[in-house]
Design a protein around this ligand. Structure first.
Ligand code: NDP
Length: 253
């Protein structure tokens, strides 16, 4: 186990699967105590057992971060039970694809509620604690990592509202970065390309069918590849802020 994050506390949203779960394990491996936030408690408990077995300190928090109060209380419980908050990975997100014309608009609401509002509630609740942590040992710097996407850089036909949410995350992150970087809170944007996770499985069956061929024959990234990038960001020395990482499978155009 590396000691780089020893004595620090992290909170990861969307920790019950995919990128969030891998990131929680990686941050714990670097010595952080980690609050695991998502809706599926059974999955979080399994992950917590894995982290505990490896010598880490997890805290399971079942919460729906689209609910402002739930997001606030997830942050508050983390600080109450683990003592401080140094690193937040706002990762929970959903990608519902398809044409804009005649789209089932409840899918738009789900994406905006989670990818935008869930991230905002989490960030708003966490920022006072991150600013406080940045003034104190052990690191005297704190991190807010926003998980965006290649879709936050490049819009494509068939992903318009997902593009809207992830472009929004990038704009928000850059504005916030300028606001808090002088106080040693680093705001970083991580923008993955295709990663093998549960993400595409939330789409309607016909959309899943249409997209099935898209990645055929291509070696996609694994969640650990993104966890590794996030760990890199948050383990840099205090003087170094990695503002943005765009990370694609080698074969993805
Ligand atoms: P997964 O579907 O595997 O993970 C999504 C996570 O978000 C789950 O842990 C889920 O847990 C959680 N979540 C969903 N709704 C809520 C909610 N209301 N409150 C709290 N947690 C919630 O997908 P990924 O790991 O792939 O996605 C993680 C992030 O990475 C997303 O922001 C996604 O947009 C981004 N991304 C993914 C890419 C990919 O190719 N996989 C590419 C680019 C970006 P639960 O259901 O238990 O609440």
């Amino acid at each position: 186990m590396s000691e780089r994050l020893h004595g620090t506390v992290a909170l990861v949203t969307g920790a019950s699967s995919g990128i969030g779960a891998a990131t929680a394990v990686e941050l714990a491996r670097h010595g952080a105590s980690v609050a695991l936030v998502a809706r599926r408690g059974d999955r979080l408990n399994e992950l917590a057992e894995t982290i505990t077995r490896s010598g880490g300190t997890p805290l399971v928090i079942e919460a729906d971060v689209t609910d402002e109060e739930a997001a606030r209380s997830a942050v508050a419980r983390t600080v109450e039970e683990l003592g401080r908050l140094d690193t937040v990975v706002a990762n929970a997100g959903v990608m519902l694809l398809g044409p804009i014309v005649d789209a089932p608009v409840e899918e738009w609401t789900r994406m905006v509620d989670l990818n935008v509002m869930g991230l905002l509630w989490t960030a708003h609740a966490a920022l006072p604690h991150l600013l406080a942590a940045a003034e104190t040992e052990p690191r005297k710097v704190a991190d807010l990592v926003l998980v965006s996407s290649v879709a936050g850089r490049v819009a494509r036909r068939g992903s318009g509202v997902y593009n809207l949410t992830k472009h929004g995350v990038g704009a928000f992150g850059e504005s916030l970065r300028q606001e808090v970087t002088g106080r040693h809170v680093r705001v970083s944007l991580v923008e993955p390309g295709a990663v093998i996770t549960e993400l595409t499985g939330h789409n309607r069956p016909e959309i899943q069918e249409q997209n099935r061929g898209r990645w055929e024959g291509m070696e996609r990234m694994e969640a650990v590849d993104i966890a590794d990038a996030i760990a890199y960001v948050v383990t840099r020395p205090r003087r170094v802020a990695v503002n943005e990482i765009l990370i694609r499978p080698t074969e993805q155009e």
